[in-house]
Design a protein around this ligand. Structure first.
Ligand code: CO8
Length: 260
């Protein structure tokens, strides 16, 4: 499958994947999700790629979430399947044999924040905005956000972000442990690629072992939580509020939730 919504190049052993769907703020539609799978296949199959950096380039967005236009008319079952497909894709990204680095240049919202959190290391631009704004749409995170966010920032902060839908800037993300550093925009990608290149220069078996051990022991597995997340995510698409929230975004008006 040719990559259209992701530009991919390899420089000195570091793969640089740039999301490139500017008309929708790099939102993840099902094609882009499949392209992330294809990107993983390319990295898995190419020993010349020793590290992977994900970025939204110089635009306003890293990735502004799952594609709301595509989600708006899904049934509960279809929404659950879409959430599961996203969860599997991010698990595959997380399981890549090489280190993964997110260079978050701008909006990393919903599925975009979840995508960044599936990477080993997150560096942010001072202009970055992280958030899980799904409640504004009458739904919840569906690509593992209820699980990975609390493992990064602790359950209380995660709950605050998920319940308010508020965005946080790069420096705040650093203060909370969501990102490692907040850099001036022009320094972000060079820094992220530099760190990736440094790691890529070490022994691959040592890097793989360290990643495996830290991952396996840092926190309980996310599988059971992701199952609950996908079930609830699908269920919310059957509610009036879920339908209203998604429709309101597309109609550029505030949602009128009724508790139904
Ligand atoms: N999906 C589709 N289109 C989008 C999205 C998105 N997530 N985000 C932005 N766009 C589009 C806008 O509709 C707009 O299109 P158009 O020009 O045709 O009107 C264009 O991008 C530019 O957006 P704005 O005009 O809104 O630009 P602003 O600079 O005013 O605002 C924001 C930028 C803050 C990023 C704003 O666009 C926004 O709030 N976007 C939505 C963010 C959001 O709610 N993300 C979460 C989505 S839900 C999710 O990710 C759940 C993950 C699990 C999914 C499981 C699948 C079933």
């Amino acid at each position: 499958m040719p990559l259209e919504n992701i530009l991919f190049r390899v420089e000195d052993g570091v793969g640089i994947a740039t999301f490139n769907r500017p008309k929708a703020m790099n939102a993840l539609d099902s094609r882009t999700l499949r392209e992330i799978g294809e990107l993983c296949a390319q990295v898995e199959g190419d020993p010349a790629v020793k590290a992977l950096v994900l970025t939204g380039g110089e635009g306003k967005a890293f990735v502004a979430g799952a594609d709301i236009a595509e989600m708006a008319n899904l049934t509960g079952l279809e929404a659950r399947r879409f959430a599961e497909a996203g969860q599997r894709t991010l698990e595959r990204l997380e399981a890549l044999p090489v280190v993964t680095v997110a260079a978050v240049n701008g909006f990393a919202l919903g599925g975009g924040c979840e995508l960044a959190m599936a990477c080993d290391l997150i560096y942010a631009s001072e202009r970055a905005r992280f958030g899980q704004p799904e409640v504004n749409l009458g739904i919840i995170p569906g690509f593992g956000g209820t699980q990975r966010l609390q493992r990064r920032v602790g359950p209380q902060r995660a709950l605050e972000m998920i319940l308010t839908g508020d965005m946080v800037d790069g420096p705040t993300a650093v203060a909370w442990g969501l990102a490692l550093e907040a850099l001036p925009p022009e320094k972000l990608l060079p820094h992220a690629v530099g760190q990736a290149r440094k790691i890529a220069s070490k022994g691959p078996a040592a890097i793989a072992a360290a990643r495996r051990i830290v991952r396996a022991t840092a926190a309980p597995p996310i599988g059971p939580g992701q199952l609950m997340e996908a079930e609830s995510f699908g269920g919310l698409f059957e509610t009036e509020d879920g339908k209203e929230g998604l429709k309101a975004f597309l109609e550029k008006r505030p949602a009128a939730f009724r508790g139904a």
